[in-house]
Ligand binder design. Structure first.
Ligand SMILES: Cc1ncc(COP(=O)(O)O)c(C=O)c1O
Length: 366
């Protein structure tokens, strides 16, 4: 295929070409062993070294202190919605949660089965179009949970609230997109299939001193301690997704690390938001001050497009963009319209092509 394809999928999503190419090669021959990575035991030196190297790369890129463990687990970020309360609090403890979207609400639902949950703030009444920042924490909460980037609604905590005790954050859709101070968090978790890898592995970064404080019985596979002691090899880990992560982290390191990608992400998202702000046809849906640098939902501006035109115009726009190689722009059903997910691996040329398409389509319609 000669045409450039720009993939705006919300996840699984675009990965660096170099990383996917190296991963494809490893399927046939991993680390010059003559054996493919999919066919190799996890208890062999090449795989053990690769997992250890992935840990070091992530530690370096996010400047993770030695007091934190990094785990590579299965089960997706969704399993962390239960593993977090299971491991960090007892059933009669109180935990604070911010309700900033569907994923935050799912985390709340699971935690409610395992502890007393205090939902300290919510923007549900406005279809989660902003970050509800004003709230009081419970006097005795074990932790405060935030979803750092709300993938569906395109909102992001620009500065994190200060927790009375410690913060727990779901960073599935913006990990490695900006500098963070890991020491501000007790625990960070993230499904890999946006900024880090393909689906199949979930990263947990946990400060060791917050563990071992509950009085509940937790199944062995659900204890962080199990995976800490076994260096993420208690059972067969998702080796291939870890390798894709290894190559993606290597790409990020070679391209100036988190500090540099943060600048690029700001430039990319500004370009797109400026185009949306200038448009008469399109408009962003998230509150300006909370706009995400990773996910940009947008809709037709109803001041200039009549309600009964919208459905057919949406189809036309998706056909128009797809023809130009700009794919996966359909919005999430709860917001409607369109969503451009512009993770680390989306090149700036992809944003420029999208901005051009927005302008060209507008000229055709208005
Ligand atoms: C912020 C956030 N949290 C959690 C999830 C769920 O992740 P998983 O499918 O790995 O369970 C997603 C998926 O898109 C997400 O965007």
């Amino acid at each position: 295929m000669n045409q450039n394809i720009y993939n705006f999928s919300a996840g699984p999503s675009v990965l660096p070409k170099e990383a996917t190419k190296q991963a494809a090669e490893a399927i046939l021959n991993f680390a010059n062993t003559g054996v493919g990575i999919l066919e190799m035991s996890h208890r062999t030196p090449p795989i053990e070294n690769m997992v250890a190297q992935t840990d070091s790369l992530l530690r370096e890129l996010l400047q993770i202190p030695d007091s934190y463990e990094i785990l590579f687990l299965g089960g997706g970020a969704s399993l962390q919605f239960s593993m977090v309360p299971l491991n960090l609090c007892s059933s009669d403890d109180t935990v604070d949660y911010t309700d900033t979207g569907v994923w935050a609400a799912k985390a709340i639902k699971e935690a409610k089965q395992l502890a007393h949950v205090n939902v300290v703030s919510s923007s549900k009444e406005s279809i989660y179009s902003y970050i509800p920042k004003d709230f009081n924490q419970s006097a005795k909460a074990t932790y405060l949970h935030v979803t750092s980037n709300n993938t569906i609604y395109g909102t992001q905590w620009k500065t994190f609230p200060k927790a009375n005790t410690y913060l727990v954050s779901d960073m599935s859709s913006d990990i490695l997109s900006r500098k963070i101070n890991v020491s501000d968090f007790g625990l960070i978790y993230a499904g890999a299939q946006k900024n880090m890898s393909c689906a199949g592995v979930t990263v947990v970064i946990v400060r060791k001193d917050i563990l071992g404080k509950t009085n509940r019985i937790v199944p062995t596979m659900l204890q962080y301690q199990t995976h800490i002691e076994a260096k993420s090899m208690f059972n067969t880990p998702p080796v291939f997704p870890i390798y894709v992560m290894n190559r993606t982290l290597n790409w990020l390191q070679e391209n100036g690390g988190v500090e540099n990608i943060e600048k690029i992400n700001i430039e990319k998202s500004n370009l797109l938001y400026e185009a949306l702000d200038q448009s008469k046809l399109f408009m962003g849906t998230a509150a300006k001050e909370d706009r995400s640098t990773m996910n940009v939902p947008f809709v037709f501006n109803k001041e200039n497009v009549s309600e009964n035109q919208i459905q057919s115009l949406e189809k036309d726009f998706l056909n128009f963009t797809t023809e130009q190689g700009l794919v996966q722009l359909k919005g999430h059903r709860s917001v409607g319209g369109f969503r451009a997910s512009i993770y680390n691996a989306m090149p700036i040329d992809g944003i420029k092509a999208l901005v051009q398409a927005l302008e060209d389509f507008e000229k055709k319609v208005i």
